[in-house]
Each structure stands twice: as structure tokens, then as C-alpha cells.
Ligand binder design. Sequence first.
Ligand SMILES: N[C@@H](CCC(=O)N[C@@H](CS)C(=O)NCC(=O)O)C(=O)O
Length: 221
Amino acid sequence: MLTVHHLNNSRSQRVLWLLEELGTPYEIRHYQRDSKTMLAPAELRAVHPLGKSPVITDGGLTIAETGAIVEYIIELYGQGRLLPPPASPEALRYRYWLHFAEGSAMPPLVMTLLFGEIPKRAPALVRPIARMIGKTVQDSYLGPMIDAQLDLMESELSHSTYFAGAELTGADIMMSFPVEAAATRNGLGNRPRLAAWLAALHARPAYQAALKKGGPYAYAA
Ligand SMILES: N[C@@H](CCC(=O)N[C@@H](CS)C(=O)NCC(=O)O)C(=O)O
């Protein structure tokens, strides 16, 4: 049976949601973050050398990287669901947004988190300087980049309800995590289509079923 190696409060929530949408049987092996460092426990490295979540095991296969996992599950178990028709304009949008989520949207959000942590962990003497550097990077680089990306998403959703057409696809499942992260940290600003899209995802029974199985999730509304 397909096993999801699920780290609490993490990206692997999307994999649980995808499996719930498809009704694919799976089991969950739970891993808990260290409460101080928030890192995954060492036992996850026995599953995959990087020790990050999500990882799935299926038969003899071990697959890491959320995007690769989402593509694998949809191809193998989707029977054409959560995927636009091949060679359609939506298929290209699907590919773009599926990769955009981890390739472009997550890096500035993770960097924002890290720059926010540095002053908290710095010795008291240099804390004001660390805070000033963090603010400069945020104001001049990360903040504008996140804003431009959110604008692009808002504009994409003027073409259709979902990122790759009128129906939910794997691209929306991938995009949920960065949009939830952005919404939790700084809000979505005046971007009503993006807010409505997120609300529609949260209302889905499969999303809610996955939340119950995955445990508390800080990014969920
Ligand atoms: N791009 C990777 C990122 C994986 C990743 O960083 N996962 C986080 C969870 S959200 C993690 O395992 N963090 C714990 C750690 O780094 O020890 C993916 O999408 O799978």
C-alpha cells in the first residue's frame, strides 16, 4: 500500500489532500518536528537521505519532492482526474503552476521566515543589526518579489476559477501551500480572486478529511 511519510504541519499535507480527492487507499506514517528547531526527526532520513517531508513509498519505490509525488500519484492513480486534457492550453498552465509552487513561490516565503528567525537567535548585542539587515532584505527584495508573484496569481485567476481551468487540478493542490503561507504571514492584500480560490479549496470535503488525518496545520485558515 502507498505510504505517506507525513511530517506534522508541513508540505506533506498536500499529498494527503490529493489522495483524499482521488479516493486512493493509503496509510500515513507520522513524524513530529523538533519543537525548538522545527526540523524533522532523524528517522525520516532512513526513508530518504535528505530527511524532508513529504516522501512516499509505494511498492519498491521511494519518491520525494512534492511536485514529483503529485505528478506520480495523478499519473498512476488519477485515471485522468485532476489533470487538464493533454496538449490543451490548460495543460501548459497546469505544468507552469505545478512547478511554480515550489520553484518560485516557496523560496522567498522560506527566506522571509529565515530572516525573521535570525534576530531571535542572534546574540543580544548584534540583534538590532540583524533586525535591520532582515528588514532591508525584506523591504527591498523579498517583499516586492512576493507581491509581484501574488499579483501574477491574481491575474491568472481572472482567466478561470482554478489555476489550470474551470476544475481543480494538481496545480491548485501544489499552489495551496505557498498561498496559505503568504496569507498566514502577511495576508493576501486586496486580491479577491485569490482569496475566493483559497476559500473554495478549504471548503472541499477532501481538504477537510486530509486535515483531520494529518493533524493540526498552521497554514490552514
Ligand atoms: N521542495 C521540497 C521541500 C521539502 C521540505 O523542505 N519539507 C519541509 C516540510 S514543509 C521539511 O521536511 N522540513 C523539516 C526539515 O527540514 O528538517 C518539497 O516540496 O518536497
